[in-house]
Design a protein around this ligand. Structure first.
Ligand code: NDP
Length: 240
């Protein structure tokens, strides 16, 4: 039977490409989203992938949503923590609220979602978790103290949890995208974006499909020996 894969923020942007690539790889995919009903409806109509609306930053909502999805679709065996936001500002203007929102949505969500699926995956002795980090979590980026901290946190979270899950064949990895052509990046001013592209050796922005390919690779049944690693997909922008 096809394994159930849940992709948070899976109905648009990078998440949509991940959902569709996992579906093409034979997974029974479920996507979640925060509030963009129109995008969710259009996505479901186009792909047949069901979408569930809940806030990944809300612990109780994540517990309830996972219970509902597992009752309606089946046990979640692949989890992709992709949902994320930016609230950019230089430190001088970075408010406590902007800090909290980004930490809760980008990093707190990984705890909330992993916590909700963890016991089930370990009991069944199979699980594939991928957390979506960022090149800006690896290298830092001015104006993104909150985002870089959250994404950097994801990389430590991934390595620690990978050690806990390994014995039960539950792998935990991260993918760190570079700049990818989605709405998140289209919000960056044009002149700033031109400077960013100039720093990417491959000479273009990433495509959502470039990231999805890495997620399919890390979540394959055969990928058991890869855990606690970060796959950088950034056109050579940052290497280490
Ligand atoms: P988009 O802004 O295009 O999409 C974000 C998705 O996350 C949407 O589906 C959105 O739902 C969902 N989402 C946001 N907040 C919440 C929430 N509180 N609860 C549930 N779902 C939520 O983002 P991208 O596709 O560009 O980015 C996807 C991931 O990749 C993010 O983690 C991002 O940080 C990371 N990334 C992106 C890069 C890029 O260049 N684009 C580079 C590096 C990393 P809704 O549609 O309902 O708002």
């Amino acid at each position: 039977m096809a394994r159930v894969a849940l992709v948070t923020g899976g109905q648009r942007g990078i998440g949509a490409a991940i959902s569709e690539a996992l579906q093409a790889a034979g997974r029974k995919v479920v996507a979640s989203y925060a509030g963009n009903d129109a995008a969710a409806q259009a996505f479901t109509e186009r792909t047949g992938i069901p979408c569930y609306k809940f806030d990944v930053g809300d612990f109780a909502a994540c517990q309830a949503a996972v219970q509902k999805i597992e009752a309606e679709i089946g046990p979640i065996e692949v989890l992709v923590n992709n949902a994320g936001i930016t609230r950019d500002a230089m430190m001088k203007r970075l408010t406590r609220d902007m800090w909290d929102q980004v930490i809760d949505t980008n990093l707190g969500s990984c705890y909330n979602m992993c916590k909700a699926v963890w016991d089930g995956m370990n009991a069944r002795k199979f699980g594939r978790i991928v957390n979506i980090g960022s090149v800006n979590g690896q290298a830092g980026q001015m104006g993104q103290v909150n985002y870089a901290a959250a994404k950097s946190g994801i990389h430590g979270f991934t390595k620690a949890l990978a050690q806990e899950g390994a014995r039960n064949h539950v792998t935990v990895n991260a993918v760190a995208p570079g700049y990818v052509d989605t709405e998140m990046v289209r919000a960056v001013p044009e002149d700033v974006l031109a400077k960013i592209v100039a720093r990417i050796p491959i000479g273009r922005l990433g495509k959502a499909e470039d990231i999805a390919r890495g997620v399919v690779f890390l979540t394959a049944d055969e990928a058991e020996f890869i855990t606690g690693s970060t796959l950088s997909i950034n056109g050579g922008q940052h290497m280490y």
